[in-house]
Design a protein around this ligand. Sequence first.
Ligand SMILES: Cc1ncc(COP(=O)(O)O)c(C=O)c1O
Length: 384
Amino acid sequence: MLPTARRTALFSESVIRDMSRVASEHGALNLAQGFPDFDPPEVVLDALRRAIGAGAHQYANTWGASGMRQALAAKIERFSGTVVDPDRELTITCGSTEAMAATLMAVLDPGDRFGLVSPFYENYAADGILADAQPVHLRLHGPEYRWDPAELRSLFASGIKAFVLCNPSNPCGRVFSREELLELAQLAIEFDVVVVTDEVYEHIVFEKPHVHLHALPGMADRTIVCSSLSKTYSITGWRLGYVHASPHWTSAVRKVHDFLTVGAAHPLQVAAETALALPASYYTALREEYLERRSILVQALEAAGFRPRPPEGAYFVLCDLTHMGVSDDRAFALWLAREIGVAAVPGSSFFKGEARPSVRFHFSRRLETLREAGQKLALVPGRI
Ligand SMILES: Cc1ncc(COP(=O)(O)O)c(C=O)c1O
C-alpha cells in the first residue's frame, strides 16, 4: 500500500469526539463533547422553517450570504463598538472549526512557528500541522491558568508569526482580563505578530466581561477573530462560523475558504439573521441559565470528591485528579463512562508537556441532565 501523507501521522483523531462515541457505546451521559441537549430559541427555529420555504437552496455567495454578513456586522458593532465592513471584513465559514483551519492556512507558511497556550483546544495544533507549520506552546500556570509575562515575552521574541488565543478558554475556563490582553497586544505590535482569537464563548462569561482584542488600540489590523453561532445560539449542528479580519487578511482567508468548502449551508445563513438580531435580553438570559448549570455541576463534582474550580467563562470544568490518586486520566475517563455512566474528556488531551491527570466536564445540558449526572457521580467515592 502507498503510505498516507506524513502530516496525517502528526496528529490523531479528536479525543473529544472519540469520547462521544465512548458515551454512546456505554449509554453514558455525555458531558464530554460540548454541545447542548436543548433546542435553540423558538424564533430561530421559526426563521429556519421560513428560510426553507423561501428558496435559498443553491450556493450562497462564497463569502457568505449578504444578509447574514450584514446582520453579523451589526451584531459585532453592537457588542464591541467596532464598525465592520461586511463586504471586505467578514467571511462566513462552516463553523469556527473551518474558520480556524482556513485562517491558519491563510496566515502560515510551511515551517512557520505559531504560539498557543497549554492547555489548549485540540483543533489548533492539528490546524497548524495541516498548514505545515509548527506549534510552540506557552504554559498557563495553574490553578488559575495565567501566563508568566516573561515567558510570554520570550515566546513572542522567539520569532513566531502568529499566536492563537481561545478567550473565553476551552478547556480551562479563563476569561482573559483587559490588562492581560493589553500586554498581549503590546507584544504583538512590538514583535509584529498576528493574533488569531477563538471567541466562540464570548457570550458565556460569568464574573467579568469579555474584552474584544481586535478593539484594543493598534489591534484591528493584527487580530483575526474566528468565531461562530454554535454556542451562542445553541446550534452546533448548523455549522455556521465566521472570520472577522481586516481586508488584508480577509482576502487570503476567503481564497482558502472558497477552495475548502465553497460556503456554508445557504438556508441556515438566512435563518441566522434572526439569531444575530436577538435583543440584549437574550444574552442576559443565556448567561443566567449557564450560571445555574455551572452551579449544579460544580456542586455535584464537589460532592463526588472532585475539587472543581468554577470557570470564569465557557461551559467546562477542568478538574485535577491528583488528590484522588489517579495517574492515568484516559483510563479514568473510560472507567467513568463505563462504570459510573458519565462521559468526560481526559485532560491530558489538552496539555502539551506538563499534563497533570485531569478530566473535563461540560455543563451545556438541561438542568435535569446535570442533576442526573450528579446522582451518578455521587457513586464515584465508593467505587474508585
Ligand atoms: C474553543 C472552541 N472553538 C471552536 C469550537 C468549534 O466550534 P464550531 O461548532 O463553530 O465549529 C469549539 C467546540 O467545542 C470550541 O470549544
